[in-house]
Design a protein. Structure first.
Length: 436
């Protein structure tokens, strides 16, 4: 009896559940969302456009996306970043043929960069064609960009020592002709401290270094100037030519040149820097005593150019030395219109012993030859260049006369000014009208 009651209760419960589901199904079927025949009779206050049915979710997303204003730019960027697909024809060519193709495209062309991105083999060939001379500004970047640290980091990554850096032998921060063409009132930018020593350290075969054409910030990075000469042999051990400004030269470090065994040429300042500072009366550069000892080293064939203004005592030590400079071959000095002609006249006063007549002629000839040998202070000097002697031209003539006696190998004597005058443009050829 109890089992029959329980069975009837469960049966009624099932009927109620089925009826509830049927009511829900009927309500959903009669709505406009499911059945389109009821859509015209349903008035929805928030409905603004007809309902659109999509095949899948992606079509609905694409239809509701807003237009991208940068779509064309993104497509152009994607094309630039696209790496070309490998070509079987290129893989069949020899390395010499591919190298000739790269030379035809040009060592500094953009097409060569695209061609080198085809495969690793072409990239190796393109890196091997890196020019030995690297001019940063204006060939690679504008002059103003040298002050940006991120640009300096990009240059260091570009000239990696295991890639392009191993082939670079000469580094110029600023092209000399480009710097001389700038107006005098243009202030040179400050150089990023990341370029030295990071960039120079990336060039293990460097023999030529020109750091002129920029300014170095002494306040933000004082260690750069303080340890420039002492750390130079660590970053450029094969250096042969060094061209720097006056601010770097003033941070002289004892014995720095002895660590650079191949260094033979030193240039301080430039003609443009001196021209800019001419109206401001620049402070003369100080030459340390070790500088003169460096020039007297018999194992170096020195070529020294001092475009910066010098003190009077330093000029006398270079032009009227007490000890000879045995291997000094070229010397350039900026006299800055300092008149030292009186010192030349004092050195030419004969002593009373020379005024006495000598009885034996042969003995006098031998003594005169010995005195001539003692006056040879520049036994290897071949070229002398003087700048800014327009106010004392007699001094240049006196120097020329003395060098013929003190320098037996003397060949070239040049007088210039620090201010460069560009050549005049060629006159245009006039075309006469033809008679009709």
């Amino acid at each position: 009896m109890a089992a029959a009651v329980d069975g009837g209760t469960s049966r009624r419960t099932r009927h109620r559940a089925v009826a509830a589901l049927s009511e829900i199904d009927a309500a959903l079927t009669e709505t406009a969302l499911i059945n389109s025949k009821y859509s015209d009779n349903v008035l929805l206050s928030h409905r603004t456009k007809p309902i659109v049915r999509y095949k899948n979710l992606e079509d609905m997303i694409q239809d509701n996306l807003r237009p991208d204003p940068h779509a064309a730019t993104r497509e152009a960027l994607r094309v630039l970043q696209m790496v070309p697909v490998l070509r079987d024809e290129i893989a069949l060519l020899e390395d010499d043929t591919l190298r000739n193709i790269c030379l035809f495209l040009g060592e500094r062309s953009r097409e060569l960069a695209y061609f080198g991105s085809v495969c690793r083999r072409l990239r190796r060939i393109v890196i091997g064609l890196t020019p030995p001379v690297a001019v940063i500004a204006p060939d690679m970047i504008p002059l103003e960009s040298l002050s940006q640290d991120r640009v300096a980091d990009s240059l260091c990554a570009f000239f990696a020592p295991y890639k392009r850096g191993q082939f670079v032998q000469q580094l110029r921060l600023v092209d000399a002709k480009y710097a001389s063409s700038l107006p005098i009132n243009v202030v040179l930018p400050f150089c990023s401290p990341h370029l030295f020593p990071s960039l120079v350290k990336s060039l293990p075969s460097l023999t030529f270094l020109d750091l002129r054409g920029v300014q170095w910030d002494c306040h933000s990075n004082p260690n750069l100037l303080r340890y420039f000469f002492s750390d130079l042999y660590l970053v450029a051990p094969k250096l042969q030519t060094l061209k720097i400004g006056v601010e770097l030269f003033s941070q002289w470090s004892p014995g720095w040149w002895q660590r650079l065994s191949a260094l033979t040429q030193l240039v301080v300042g430039s003609r443009r820097d001196q021209a800019i500072a001419a109206g401001l009366t620049p402070k003369p550069a100080i030459l340390q005593d070790e500088f003169f000892e460096m020039l007297r080293n018999p194992q170096r064939q020195w070529r020294v150019k001092l475009w910066c203004a010098l003190e009077r005592d330093a000029l006398l030590k270079l032009l009227l030395p007490n000890q000879p400079f045995p291997d000094l071959q070229e010397l350039t000095l900026n006299l800055s219109n300092v008149d030292i002609l009186d010192e030349f006249k004092r050195s030419q006063i004969k002593s009373p012993r020379d005024a006495k007549t000598r009885k034996n002629g042969k003995k006098s000839i031998v003594q005169s030859n010995d005195e001539m040998d003692m006056r040879v202070m520049f036994p290897s000097l071949q070229a002398l260049t003087l700048s800014n002697v327009d106010q004392c031209p007699q001094m240049a003539a006196e120097l020329l006369e003395r060098m013929t006696l003190r320098a037996p190998k003397f060949k070239y004597f040049t007088v210039v000014n620090t201010t460069r005058m560009p050549p005049l443009p060629k006159p245009k050829r006039r075309v006469l009208p033809t008679a009709t």
